[in-house]
Design a binder for this molecule. Structure first.
Ligand code: NZQ
Ligand code: ZN
Length: 394
């Protein structure tokens, strides 16, 4: 078991009506002016934004607003947000939305607090934020896990580059999670969320690491709960138990708990970020579903025991009597069937990715052939291209 650092400082307020506490919570940070940051209209329609404005007014907290965050949040809006915060003297940002609003919030907070650095340098990894603004979220979509993660993913549309960076500055101060706020999430986005949540922990599970049986058990429970709650919420959008378990799984899958003692790189995420970077209409979860099974089929022979453990403990495949490879292939097929039942794509063609773009995707993912993705089977440019081709033809 490797050494590790674990610190998830986000305060979680979970359950029905918890969003009504937002004014009082922000007051604890002595905020002079708040930026309410949100997406493209779902929260105006749901009435949540009206409630938030009322709560802030009741506490005498002044605020400005910036909406318009798009899925796969854009650098240009981040820059606009930084400018607005500086002009208005904003010292607290409240995200009202899902992963895209959260990441836009994190990047704005880092940009405002580190005025001498161009914010895109954080995404490129050439600079790290040393300070940040206080920030909280009212989560409206269980998916990205950004509400408790140390990660921030932004897209520079001018260059079709989507980049994530990790930093403790990216941790939210608080996260309000009322599962009822996710009842209005569409079936498609619910399915994307189910894929992404399970994937955050699956990816950690398949990173290098030994003797992490406690972490493994937690990870297997998170994966199974995400699979079940995702399907239940997809079939019945107002099933409180499903929405609640899905929401909590979203946070635990990506707050670092399921990587303790293992190395960490979300490999298939690296593949996916190139796809939704180049095709901004692709939802992150759908991109992951289109790629994961091809990746698994390509690499599993390098870690037969690990994949076998997953087949047995997550998909209940009886691994005692059958050949190990047959068990693994069965479990990968079960994972693929699950995606199909959720209406998710299982190949890149379904996402309208063009065959002639596969090489560019592989070049970007390998950072122009300078990066090999580590893992039980390290993946160079050639391997990455093979996997994109497999996922195209799957
Ligand atoms: O924009 P609005 O109108 O609010 O609509 C959104 C958006 O169209 C809608 N939505 C959100 N809550 C809703 C709702 N619709 C109805 N009812 C509600 N209650 O859902 C759509 C998708 O929202 P988005 O925030 O884009 O989805 P998600 O939470 O999946 O976030 C995806 C982004 O997060 C990044 C992804 O790459 C992608 O850019 N990720 C961030 C991570 C992190 N920071 O830790 C980790 C992830 O792996 C991921 O990469
Ligand atoms: Zn993800």
């Amino acid at each position: 078991m490797d050494n590790f650092f674990f610190h998830t400082p986000t305060k979680v307020y979970f359950g029905k009506d918890e969003e009504l506490k937002v004014g009082k919570l922000i007051r604890e940070y002595n905020a002079k002016k708040v930026l309410i940051h949100y997406g493209g209209g779902s929260q105006e329609k749901s009435g949540l934004l009206s409630k938030v404005r009322k709560c802030l007014k009741e506490e005498g907290i002044s605020y400005v607003e910036l909406g318009g965050v798009k899925p796969n949040p854009e650098l240009s809006l981040v820059r606009e947000g930084i400018k607005l915060c500086k002009e208005e003297g904003v010292d607290f940002i409240l995200a009202v939305g899902g992963g895209s609003v959260l990441d836009s919030t994190k990047d704005i907070a880092n940009g405002v607090a580190n005025p001498d650095v161009d914010v895109w340098e954080f995404s490129l990894g050439t600079k790290s934020p040393e300070k940040t603004l206080n920030k909280g979220v009212i989560l409206t979509l269980a998916a990205a896990g950004s509400e408790m993660s140390n990660s921030c993913v932004i897209t520079d549309l001018d260059n079709n580059d989507k980049r994530g960076y990790g930093s403790q500055m990216n941790r939210m101060d608080f996260a309000i999670m009322n599962p009822e706020l996710t009842y209005t999430v569409s079936k498609y986005q619910t399915a994307c969320g189910a894929v992404d949540i399970a994937m955050h922990t699956m990816e950690r599970y398949f990173c290098l690491g030994e003797d992490t049986y406690l972490t493994d058990s937690i990870a297997e429970a998170v994966m199974k709960s995400a699979i079940k709650s995702g399907m239940d919420a997809y079939n019945n959008p107002t099933d409180y138990a499903a929405r609640a378990n899905m929401m909590w799984a979203s946070s635990l899958a990506h707050n670092g708990l399921t990587q303790c003692g293992r190395t960490f790189l979300l490999t298939v995420h690296q593949f996916e970020h190139e796809v939704s970077g180049m095709y901004p209409d692709v939802a992150h979860g759908a991109g992951l579903a289109a790629l994961w099974c091809s990746w698994a089929r390509y690499v599993y022979k390098a870690s037969i025991d690990r994949f076998c453990q997953w087949a047995k403990n997550v998909w209940n495949v009886d691994t005692d009597f059958e050949h190990k490879e047959a068990c693994i292939e069965k479990a990968i097929n079960m994972q693929e069937d699950y995606y199909k039942k959720l209406g998710m794509p299982t190949n890149l063609k379904e996402l309208n990715v063009k065959e002639e773009d596969l090489e560019t995707l592989a070049l970007k993912c390998s950072r122009n052939k300078t990066r090999t993705l580590p893992g039980y089977m390290p993946l160079s440019y050639e391997n990455i291209l093979d996997i994109y081709k497999m996922a195209y033809n799957a």
